[in-house]
Design a protein around this ligand. Sequence first.
Ligand SMILES: NC(=O)c1ccc[n+]([C@@H]2O[C@H](COP(=O)([O-])OP(=O)(O)OC[C@H]3O[C@@H](n4cnc5c(N)ncnc54)[C@H](OP(=O)(O)O)[C@@H]3O)[C@@H](O)[C@H]2O)c1
Length: 330
Amino acid sequence: MKQIVFNKPGNAADVLSVKDVPLPEPKAGEVRIKVKASPVNPSDVVFIQGVYGIQPEFPDSPAGFEGAGEIDVIGTGIGPDLKIAQGQRVAFATLGAWSEYVVVPATSLLPIPDNLSFEEGAQFFVNPFTAVTMLEEVNLQKSDWLLLTAAFSALNKMVIQLAQKEGIRVIGTVRHAEQVQPLLDLGAEAVVNTKEDSLAERVKSLTEGKGVQACFESVGGDIGTQAIASLGKNATMLIYGLMSGEDAKISYGPAIFRTPIIKGFWLSRWMKEASIVDKAKVAKQVYSMMKQGNVTLDIEKTFPLAQAAEAVTYSTQPGRSGKVIIKCDS
Ligand SMILES: NC(=O)c1ccc[n+]([C@@H]2O[C@H](COP(=O)([O-])OP(=O)(O)OC[C@H]3O[C@@H](n4cnc5c(N)ncnc54)[C@H](OP(=O)(O)O)[C@@H]3O)[C@@H](O)[C@H]2O)c1
């Protein structure tokens, strides 16, 4: 089968290639999936560059962390309680998603509701689990303010829709004027175009000087610095991405007098450390929000597997309207 591999860290265009590798066989408790689609996420880009939380193992490191496909072969020892069937449409998370086939534990699958395509179902794990878990972690109440930097990201579009249902007031940042209205339409209370406005000033005025109760920060640099300055009394900031590649600065005055909590969030760590019960609870929530079809899973462009490098390069362009998807069966 064909698989995308790389042999040194770098930019996708320089290091990714297609390799013929043996078809993987499922062991007991595993299934083989014929992969249909896999998104290019920012974590894929930095993993290939060698600056992610886990390092690629050479030679021939695979790439791609999540995807969707059809169950092709069922390994031994899988009981009927799992309701696994050949041909079933499922979402999965495993390193090596940019392959024609993957093998994963049968217990780790999520069925794809009929209302979702493979391209949508392929986005089922990383961002939905992160959105639900981060919202649980900050435990906001109705009318609380939540600041989202890079609010037009696929992840934050989900957060906006989930937050709105709880009556949480969202302030989002974007850097393109045309992204403002779509986010207001999704349910954000205010959207700040940081190319035109000062984030800290707008937050101050919107929250009547009190600042926000929570912030999900994924940009860093000046936006991150202003987001930290926008935190209210005892607010929580979850740092979960670094899209600008630059660290932010902390103002000591507000840190002392407003006593915010600033901490990191990494889904991989959460998945390792959370109890089976907590993981099942989040999976149930994710499944039901997808089934109800009340979250946006926008798709910008699809590429065949052989053009994975082009797909990654394309995904790093500013101003995309949705995810770049690799179609692993074409
Ligand atoms: N820690 C975790 O466990 C975890 C889990 C999931 C996701 N994440 C992180 O969440 C973030 C969003 O992921 P996603 O899949 O939703 O991404 P996505 O859909 O690809 O969107 C990326 C967003 O980042 C913005 N952006 C890129 N560079 C920027 C810059 N220099 N300044 C300001 N904005 C910038 C883009 O804005 P433009 O439209 O202006 O280009 C876009 O809105 C990423 O940082 C990802 O690594 C972390």
